[in-house]
Design a protein around this ligand. Structure first.
Ligand code: APR
Length: 228
């Protein structure tokens, strides 16, 4: 059984990380276009660096929850037949114990150099514009895929979706493409599709819905899927 799981901000909500599309339309007090676009970075570099510095620091205050842990068990049982794709830039899947995680929108704890393109693991702040360990230029940016930029790993994701038996979307509003279109690829491959969300999204085109908080519905879905 080949399974592709797509996770979004909702899986980390109960760990204490804010989702993107809260009732007030702001993300940690900012409009997404003011902090999550290449234009924002070009015109207000300090604001964007500070914003992601705060997001990076916030990871130290949270820990994985039961939903992340349930996906570790799924990986343990399915091995390479599971592809875990996340839109999240946090590291909670890895800290729970997942070994293979495809971060299609990048990672808070990675940066890359705008001059030499080298990528680096990164824990510190970028506001003071530290030098790139590779080329020495103060040109590091968060390794985040901003609006208008191309997500990571799309070839691998499409290949997995072309032969998937079960596709699950967990805690994502399903409005940001290309991830929002994965369910259509899965249907085209004949897969069974399932949505797990606090509040089912208006799409309505999944075969099955598990409605409820991720910490409850993800462990239940994993048990159902594995027949435990
Ligand atoms: N359990 C399950 N689902 C939850 C929970 C919870 N405890 N809390 C919230 N949700 C659901 C919401 O109902 C919503 O559908 O999580 C979803 C979060 O949606 P968004 O905030 O839009 O997050 P996401 O879908 O991950 O955003 C996609 O948009 O801004 C970009 O690049 C950013 O990766 C992000 C992308």
């Amino acid at each position: 059984m080949k399974v592709v799981v797509l996770t979004g901000a909702g899986i980390s909500a109960e760990s204490g990380l804010a989702t993107f599309r809260d009732a007030d339309g702001l993300w940690e007090g900012h409009r997404p276009e003011d902090v999550a676009t290449p234009e924002a970075f070009a015109y207000n570099r300090a604001l964007v660096q500070r914003f992601y510095d705060e997001r990076r620091a916030s990871l130290r205050r949270v820990k994985p929850n039961a939903a992340h842990h349930a996906l570790v068990e799924l990986e343990r049982r399915l091995g390479d037949d599971l592809l875990l794709v996340t839109q999240n830039v946090d590291d909670l899947h890895e800290r729970a114990g997942s070994r293979r995680v495809l971060h299609m929108h990048g990672q808070l704890q990675r940066v890359r150099c705008e001059v030499c393109a080298a990528g680096h693991e990164w824990q510190d702040d970028l506001l003071h514009e530290p030098a790139c360990p590779e080329c020495g230029r103060p040109a590091l940016r968060p390794d985040i895929v901003w609006f208008g930029e191309y997500p990571h790993g799309m070839d691998e994701i499409h290949e997995a979706l072309s032969e998937v038996d079960v596709f699950a979307a967990i805690g994502t509003s399903g409005v940001v493409y290309p991830a929002a279109g994965f369910v259509d690829y899965a249907h085209a491959s004949g897969a069974t599709t399932v949505e797990l969300n606090l509040v089912p999204t208006p799409r309505g085109d999944f075969h099955t819905t598990y409605a409820g908080p991720a910490t409850e519905v993800v462990p239940r879905w994993v048990r159902d899927l594995l027949g435990d």
